[in-house]
Design a protein around this ligand. Structure first.
Ligand code: FA5
Length: 346
């Protein structure tokens, strides 16, 4: 190595330093930075190649100057590498945190849960009220026979009251049944017979369920709706017990400001019979159901001795109760499944 050569060796150190610093600056992630660092550490890297020639420099001052340039370049490159490593590491960590971030705000507002339908809510509340009054809950089938839906309820074939129930008949599914004797129940009253046949008095039962009629939908009618039947059979039961239970129920379900009234009516399965109305906040009355003293023929059809026991029964429309309780204008709104409507009743 000649004295002339050493200044250019220092230039080379400078060039190698610059190119190393710019390679470090252009690394876009920590993996590529590690690759750059590995190349710089390689024996064949520009700086290491110069370092290898150091021993050959004869001029001691030059040797020292090149050596110093080399160590300054090495220190600068190392600090550029450390700075870039921190910079890229921070950015990568921030990106990872962002990627794996959990949106905890959803736990603040709570996940959006579905809730029971307004009619289900009303049914459960009705059950609670009546259980509180000492009743038990029973259920019956939605597909019924003529016997339970009509005959046992004192409506023999050709009874004119049958026409009031716009009945949907279904094809009999066994040889046991004749045509037009299998139907979708038009009310929950057939469950009265089933309960009388399988329980022993005293009976204090409610029977909620879905019923079906060929009714055209309007603001107060649906072809598929819900009723809750009540049946009390015991010794010495009178109409006063019926009126008392209806009033107690009205106050418990709708609130103390509501009152009930019974209007004379007719049902083949009760005698005497009444319609049950409640008075709304605006003073108007709405019919919620029918009721009356269980007809002796019905008690007999249920296997109960009418000379020993008396009883009363009632049947209310649950959909209409839910409608009144929540001030819904049109019963059809409850079945459009519009979430904006349903979410009001969570
Ligand atoms: C009956 O269904 C009798 N089984 C009630 C009964 C039971 C009387 C026990 C005596 C003893 P009615 O057809 O009136 O009665 O219906 C009873 C209630 O069901 C009505 O007052 C009304 O609240 C509701 N309802 C009737 N038809 C519809 C309909 N299409 N849509 C919604 N609710 C209805």
């Amino acid at each position: 190595m000649t004295g002339k050569a050493t200044p250019s060796l220092r230039d080379e150190v400078d060039k190698a330093r610059q190119s190393a610093v710019s390679a470090i600056a252009s690394a876009t992630d920590t993996a590529s930075l590690r690759k750059v660092a590995a190349e710089l550490a390689n024996k064949k890297s520009a700086l290491n190649a110069i370092r290898a020639q150091l021993g050959k420099i004869e001029d001691a001052a030059e040797k020292k100057a090149v050596g110093q340039a080399l160590s300054e370049a090495t220190a600068e490159i190392e600090s550029a590498r450390v700075a870039r490593e921190n910079e890229l590491g921070d950015a990568e960590f921030a990106a990872q945190v962002e990627r794996e971030r959990m949106d905890l705000t959803e736990f603040l507002t709570g996940p959006r849960r579905g809730t029971a339908h307004i009619v289900t809510q009303a049914t459960e509340r009705l059950e609670d009220v009546f259980i509180g009054l000492g009743f038990q809950v029973a259920e019956g089938p939605e597909v019924e026979t003529d016997f339970y839906n009509f005959e046992a309820l004192n409506m023999p074939a050709s009874h004119p009251a049958r026409s009031e129930f716009d009945t949907m008949f279904i094809e009999p599914f066994s040889d046991q049944h004749e045509a037009n004797t299998v139907l979708l129940r038009t009310h929950t009253s057939p469950v009265q017979i089933r309960v009388m046949q399988s329980w022993k008095p005293p009976i204090y039962a409610i029977m909620p369920g879905r019923v079906f009629r060929r009714d055209t939908p309007d603001a107060t009618h649906m072809p598929v709706f819900h009723q809750i039947e009540g049946l009390v059979i015991d010794k010495g039961i009178t109409f006063a017990h019926l009126a008392g239970i209806i009033e107690a129920f009205t106050k418990a379900f709708f609130g103390n400001e509501f009152t009930s009234r019974l209007r004379p009516s007719f049902f083949p399965f009760t005698e005497p019979s009444a319609e049950f109305d409640i008075r709304r906040a605006n003073g108007s009355w709405i019919e919620l159901g029918g009721c009356g003293m269980v007809h002796p023929n019905v008690l007999a059809a249920g296997g109960i001795d009418p000379d020993e026991y008396t009883g009363f029964a009632f049947g209310f429309g649950i959909d209409r109760m839910a409608k009144e309780r929540h001030g819904v204008e049109d019963i059809r709104e409850m079945y459009t499944n519009d979430l904006r409507f349903l979410r009001q009743f969570t």
